[in-house]
Design a protein around this ligand. Structure first.
Ligand code: SAH
Length: 500
């Protein structure tokens, strides 16, 4: 019997409903980290730590859901969005990332039912629920030999009333999620249902994060103590003898975040890089402002680009997401479309560029192992004498031409869009002036910042090429990232803050 060769696997729709844990990024499970690294799209909630997004730099991140709870119409919108994203473009891997555990007051049941109804396969990756973790971080075991043999987890937003509480009078420990503002009502109802006002009680806010605070009182006094302390959401309330163990077992001394209180300006020349870096830096405690340095306008002559690509059978080089989008639009403006690339081979620099190409239904023929014009120039699998057509803006990085020229490959630049310097608003100028550190993620960015706002900044730079361009533009206080990654650039920001 002869073997049948199957076509390459097509992407299939798949949803992973993932628990992110209560707050500390270290409380993410290994399985959750694995699915994040494979996601095409991550749909995240407000309570989820932005630091977790460092595990999925390749994914598009959409923040859905507001803090607190959602009216049902909005939940339906989220259900629809999950299904739509999973089915988009013939199938995507969607991670729905939710605080704590997705099935503990997370509406994860509704979201998976929506997947089932739409025929979208899914998996559940449980998370560490704040229901037990918040108590644990305040040194309160929800069960304890001799003190508590059972615990119940309740929502604090529904009014259960004394009758409902009387029914669970035999449960030793009560854990309330949400509704910390209803504590006066909840505690009064519990006392009316027969719980002793002297029962130990505690409320834990922002458990496992640097902002964690605990108020320890009795059932009779907790509401007032919490109000006096200004304790608000998100908080977990524990009622029962075990809450007294906090007095002996309180153990968590949150370390201040490394960039707590630091003001950082993230300069942006493209769409994605800025926001990912901003998320990383805010996860480390910084106050971040994003400063767009460039804006994109249509190419001056769409027909020139279409003319250069018509029948072209060499390498087409695409080095940014913007270039991919602009290529499509400029071709349409010239009365052509992406079929013009039928005979060309396509090289894409950066995972974002490759991903954007795939969104347009094109698979790159070559992606260099590392980002940066130098690596593309060195690694492009072209023979001497071949032509490489670089589709980008009018402002091209000469490094690429030099690197290809050294290998005998002919370099031609083709304009798909024009980049112009942004006009900064007065508020953006002020944010720049107040920043202790400014980040520079490209040579283009370094030159643009010098032009729009001068060079009197301490700048953290992503790599040697950016550093060189920044020096040439006139910057003097530069801190270089050890690796060309956003995490390493964030480390450089920390060093710059310490030095300043
Ligand atoms: N699925 C989540 C709960 C979602 S409901 C879980 O399993 O943890 C949101 C509520 O969770 C908040 O109102 C608060 O009561 C609680 N919560 C979540 N994270 C918390 C944290 N870090 N500290 C205290 N309470 C938290």
């Amino acid at each position: 019997m002869s073997e049948v060769s199957l076509p390459a696997a097509r992407p299939a729709p798949f949803v992973s409903l993932v628990g992110a844990g209560p707050g500390d990024p270290g409380l993410l499970t290994l399985r959750a980290r694995e699915v994040l690294t494979q996601a095409d799209v991550v749909l995240t909630d407000a309570l989820v730590s932005p630091a977790l997004l460092a595990h999925c730099p390749q994914a598009r991140v959409v923040e859905v859901g507001k803090r607190g709870f959602l009216p049902s119409a909005q939940q339906e919108d989220i259900n629809d969005l999950i299904v739509r994203e999973a089915l988009a473009g013939g199938g995507q891997r969607v991670v729905r990332l939710k605080g704590g555990d997705p099935f503990v007051f997370g509406r994860g049941g509704e979201e998976t039912l929506a997947c089932r109804a739409a025929g979208v396969p899914f998996e559940i990756v449980p998370g560490v629920s704040s229901a037990v973790a918040a108590a644990a971080y305040a040194g309160i075991p929800v069960t304890h030999r001799g003190l508590s043999r059972s615990f119940a987890v309740l929502t604090g937003t529904d009014r259960h009333g004394p009758a409902a509480y009387a029914e669970i009078a035999g449960v030793d420990t009560l854990v309330f999620l949400m509704g910390v503002r209803h504590l006066p009502q909840i505690t009064a109802d519990l006392i009316a249902a027969g719980r002793d006002p002297q029962t130990p009680a505690a409320a834990v806010q922002w458990a496992s994060t640097p902002q964690q605070r605990t108020v320890r009182a009795t059932l009779g006094t907790l509401a007032q103590r919490a109000a006096e302390a200004g304790l608000g959401a998100p908080a977990v309330t524990v009622v029962g003898a075990v809450a007294a163990l906090h007095d002996d077992l309180d153990w968590f001394c949150p370390a201040p975040l490394p960039l707590q209180g630091a003001q950082v300006a993230v300069t942006r020349t493209r769409e994605q890089t800025g926001s990912e870096l901003a998320a990383l830096l805010s996860g480390r405690g910084a106050q971040v402002s994003e400063i767009p340095l460039l804006r994109f306008v249509p190419a001056s002559s769409p027909r020139t680009l279409a003319g250069a690509l018509s029948g072209f059978d060499g390498w087409v080089l695409l080095t940014s997401e913007q270039a991919v989008r602009a290529l499509t639009q400029t071709l349409l403006a010239a009365g052509r479309d992406l079929r013009i690339l039928a005979r060309a081979r396509i090289a894409a620099v950066g995972s974002g560029t490759a991903r954007t190409l795939r969104e347009y239904g094109l698979a790159p023929d070559f992606v260099p192992t590392r980002s940066g014009s130098r690596h593309l120039g060195a690694e492009l699998p072209a023979a001497p004498g071949e032509v490489a057509l670089h589709v980008g803006s009018q402002d091209v990085d000469p490094v690429l031409e030099t690197a290809l020229g050294a290998r005998g490959i002919e370099y031609v630049a083709a304009e798909a869009y024009r980049s112009e310097l942004s006009e900064l608003t007065p508020a953006q100028r002020e944010q720049l002036q107040e920043a202790q550190v400014v980040t520079l993620a490209s040579a283009v960015g370094a030159r643009a910042l010098a032009q729009v706002a001068g060079t009197s900044f301490t700048a953290a730079v992503i790599g040697p090429q950016t550093e060189l361009a920044a020096r040439e533009a006139g910057f003097t206080r530069l801190i270089l990232a050890e690796q060309p990654t956003l995490a390493s650039l964030s480390d450089a920001v920390q060093r710059a803050c310490r030095a300043g």
